[in-house]
Design a protein around this ligand. Structure first.
Ligand SMILES: *Cc1c(COP(=O)(O)O)cnc(C)c1O
Length: 374
């Protein structure tokens, strides 16, 4: 038996789902050098590195404003809080998402209204939004889950009809393109996360908000910094949610490689899409006109535990994003008796297979071969 790649003593390959040490290794030297300068500068809050990152990321998304914040959850909370909706406002969010999207609505003081996803795309189903709109509905928070942009054309059409704001949870979609525009530039405002595992990841918590709305951007700049536009003058009751200067330093080193890394992700995803041909495995849809950020490659399979055990036995790491639907979490116990059948089915059947920039072609071939033999 040929033992070419990472073969353990038992002859089983070991392909981790994600190895953060390995994915950051190419940037280690650059980051260490940049951090040394940042430390020597003696300026640790809202300095030149944060400014540089905000400018770069705004240009990348082709938006007027980027406001660095402490993390992705705060980005969404601040966006909603700065929108000045009345206290009893309802915000539409998908029932199939990472809990942060829903928590953001609650933490901002509003009521999340869950809308089911499309089973094939895993994304909010625009056809199901209208029936959930009431007099109190003020906004739709879409989530570009797993790196694929939502059907924004349909979402914007409904929003326009009812005069609703639309915000993007773009925490998994750095660099994704929808009809020629980047995620972060598809609606009234967007929240990004630079949590270490994201397509652009810091080495700690970090986030950002993008928007083309000048007045909203000005409020957000103050609100992430105690509500202060001018030192010791407070116009709002804000948060302390600034993008850390050292995390911005790291992001500035890694950012220039985001697009080439996304391209590697696309290549791997395209191989999975064209070469996995096991009828037991339901693949995600290919991106046709648009460009997916391929944060995760999520398949559906009937007996998930059995499939994951098979992968583990063959040395292939996997993960579940996410195992329990938000409305089934104790955090939202008041919703535990409600049913969102599509979100529930997705949460029961999904498995994320390795998709990251350090996978070799041989490893991808090995994963495809093993999945086809399942
Ligand atoms: C990661 C993530 C967030 C939250 O980001 P943090 O930086 O961890 O707060 C929000 N929404 C989605 C969809 C995410 O994947």
């Amino acid at each position: 038996m040929k033992t070419n790649i990472k073969t353990s003593s038992k002859g089983i390959k070991n392909i981790p789902f994600l190895d953060l040490k390995l994915i950051n290794r190419p940037y280690e030297k650059g980051i260490n050098a940049a951090l040394k300068n940042a430390v020597a500068s003696g300026w640790f809050i809202l300095g030149d590195e944060v400014k540089k990152f905000e400018k770069t990321f705004a240009e990348f998304c082709r938006v007027k404003h980027c406001i660095g914040v402490a993390n992705g959850l705060d980005a969404l909370v601040l966006l909603l809080k700065a929108s000045n909706f009345p206290p009893d406002s309802e915000i539409i969010v998908p029932s199939n998402t990472y809990i942060a999207s829903i928590l953001a609505v609650t933490l901002a003081g509003f009521k999340p209204i869950l809308v089911e996803p499309d089973l094939d795309t895993y994304l909010i189903d625009p056809a199901k939004i209208e029936e959930k709109i009431t007099r109190n509905t003020k906004a739709i928070l879409v989530v570009h889950l797993y790196g694929k942009c939502c059907d924004m054309e349909s979402v914007m059409r409904v929003a326009h009809r009812y005069d609703l704001k639309v915000f993007e949870d773009a925490a998994q979609a750095h660099g994704a393109i929808y009809q020629g525009k980047r995620a972060g530039n598809l609606a009234d405002g967007a929240g990004f996360s630079f949590y270490p595992t994201k397509n652009l990841g810091a080495m700690g918590d970090a986030g950002a908000i993008t928007t083309n709305d000048d007045a909203l951007a000005e409020r957000l700049r103050a609100k992430r910094n105690y509500g202060s536009g001018k030192k010791y003058v407070f116009d709002y009751q804000g948060l302390n949610s600034r993008l850390d200067e050292l995390q911005a330093t790291i992001l500035n080193v890694k950012f220039p490689h985001l697009e080439s890394e996304n391209f590697i992700r696309q290549k791997i995803a395209n191989r999975y899409l064209s070469e996995i041909n096991n009828t037991k495995i339901i693949l995600p849809p290919a991106d046709t006109a648009n460009q997916d950020a391929w944060h995760l490659f999520v398949v559906r399979v009937e007996n998930r535990d059995k499939f994951r055990k098979y992968l583990t036995d063959n040395g292939i790491g996997s993960d579940i994003h996410y195992p329990i639907a938000p409305h089934k979490q104790l955090a939202y116990r008041e919703w535990n008796n409600r049913t969102f059948p599509i979100a529930e089915q997705i949460h029961e059947e999904i498995v994320s297979i390795p998709l990251n920039v350090v996978l070799s072609e041989k490893e991808v071939s090995y994963i495809i071969e093993k999945i086809n033999k399942y």
